[in-house]
Ligand binder design. Structure first.
Ligand SMILES: Nc1ncnc2c1ncn2[C@@H]1O[C@H](COP(=O)(O)OP(=O)(O)OP(=O)(O)O)[C@@H](O)[C@H]1O
Ligand SMILES: [Mg+2]
Length: 426
């Protein structure tokens, strides 16, 4: 297999300045353009004669000793918490920022779609930027011309073609930037979180386009917090955590690791081996899993999904009057859903010494976010086994109302359920 990207001992250090004594005012964007060496040197050099105060500076390693290889044709999802170093890595690979140390080898033409503000020249029009980007990718004017209409159509940007891109809204900017990067036939496509900016319809369109590009054997690196998109689109996953690689491998495992990391209250050890349990202990829950409607074990669900909970247990005798309670809690510990076999009925008076019990719910319109699951097993009214944080549920933010709009992260935190409703002017 041919290697498309090889990264060796890559590190990136930023200098963070906390306070400025006087004059010589440097803006945040000055710090951002860290590639410009004279600024960096001025900050770092204690005898440079500048009036920076060393005590107000701090070194920060955004990436530390990163190593990996990506094969040609791989579709790689990069996930990690805010500030983990994902964008920094993409910027280095796209040669927008220099690494502090280490090496990268790139085999093929790379096009990248990074945060708004990179890639396009703000003073130039959309049209001019299309040509400029094509030229940077090494395409001839003729080649670009051949792709031009497709780009404009994809971005739906015909009205804005002759407007300088600095006047574009962030949504428009991203549309055009994505269209350019996707249509100029790069061998490697690097995409950072565009899906967060465009509306839901455009997001779908981007994912569709990326799939098409990927199916032609191109290499794609895709950073996103949209785990469903990563899961459906990528085959390789890289978890970045505090500037280091926490996991590299199959995307399903990468996602599971990542969600585990997010769910601090969910233990990473086998349920049968957990010691943090309460109850008389005559019955022991040995396994617990959640499946979706297609009977696939997963933690990730769409809004308004059915849940299948499966509890495996063993007991010293045939449990009499068994009762199981499953509680679903939000991240602040509020109870959101409670499933109680005593209230609904359904369990026989006696159940066997060991076995599996399933609880299937109707569709629950849980709001996007992370939930954890607790479980309690009773017999004859006495609690036998109780586990907190036995599993987690991650509800993906999506275009649930089919309007092309989705709740932003902040609003999604303000609710527990998504409820379909209508608006009328009376
Ligand atoms: N130019 C800069 N100067 C100083 N610090 C920076 C600079 N760029 C990034 N950082 C810091 O480096 C760390 C990694 O940032 P990066 O943008 O790579 O994170 P990320 O994983 O993309 O996060 P997010 O998910 O929020 O986009 C952060 O702590 C960030 O504050
Ligand atoms: Mg980022």
């Amino acid at each position: 297999m041919t290697v498309a990207i090889k990264v060796e001992n890559l590190s990136k250090k930023y200098i963070i300045k906390h306070e400025k004594k006087s004059g010589n005012y440097e803006t945040f964007s000055d710090t951002l353009i860290q590639g410009s060496k004279n600024i960096t040197n001025k900050i770092r050099h204690p005898f440079s004669g500048s009036n920076t105060n060393p005590e107000t500076q701090e070194e920060f390693w955004a990436l530390k000793d990163i190593n990996f290889e990506i094969n040609q044709g791989d579709k790689v999802g990069i996930i990690g918490r805010n500030g983990a170093g994902k964008s920094t890595l993409l910027k280095i690979l796209s040669r927008i920022t220099e690494p502090t140390s280490g090496k990268i080898h790139i085999n093929g033409r790379i096009a990248s779609l990074l945060e708004v503000g990179t890639g396009f020249h703000p003073e130039l029009t959309g049209r001019e930027n299309i040509y400029l980007n094509g030229a940077i990718l090494g395409m001839s004017r003729k080649e670009i011309k051949a792709k031009f209409d497709e780009i404009v159509a994809f971005a739906e940007a015909d009205k804005f073609l002759d407007t300088p891109v600095k006047r574009y809204s962030s949504g428009m900017y991203v549309r055009l930037a994505f269209a350019v990067a996707a249509h100029l036939e790069p061998e490697i496509l690097v995409v950072d979180e565009v899906l967060a900016v465009g509306d839901a319809q455009f997001q779908k369109k981007c994912l569709g386009k990326m799939e098409e590009i990927g199916s032609h054997g191109r290499t794609i690196l895709f950073v996103s917090h949209n785990l469903t998109a990563i899961e459906s689109f990528c085959d390789v996953g890289i978890n970045i955590e505090k500037g280091g690689i926490n996991f590299y491998g199959k995307v399903e495992i990468a996602l599971k690791n990542y969600i585990d990391l997010l769910s601090e209250n969910v233990k990473n050890i086998k349920i049968s081996e957990r010691k943090d349990r309460a109850g008389d202990g005559n019955i022991k829950i040995t396994d617990f899993l959640i499946e979706n409607e297609s009977k696939l074990k997963t933690s990730m669900f769409e809004v308004n999904s059915k849940f299948l909970f499966k509890i495996t247990y063993e007991s010293i005798n045939k449990p009499h009057n068994a009762r199981i309670v499953i509680g679903v809690y939000d991240t602040t510990g509020n109870g959101i859903v409670r499933l109680d076999s005593d209230i609904t009925g359904g369990l026989p008076i006696f159940i066997s010494e060991h076995g599996q019990i399933q609880c299937v719910t109707e569709n629950i319109p849980l709001a996007p976010g992370r939930y954890s699951v607790n479980i309690a097993f009773f017999s004859n009214g006495i609690i036998q086994d109780h586990l907190i944080g036995v599993d987690y549920i991650y509800i993906q933010n999506s275009d649930y109302f089919n309007t092309g709009h989705i709740f932003n992260e902040h609003d999604a935190k303000l609710m527990k359920f998504l409820v379909k409703h209508n608006w009328n002017v009376l």
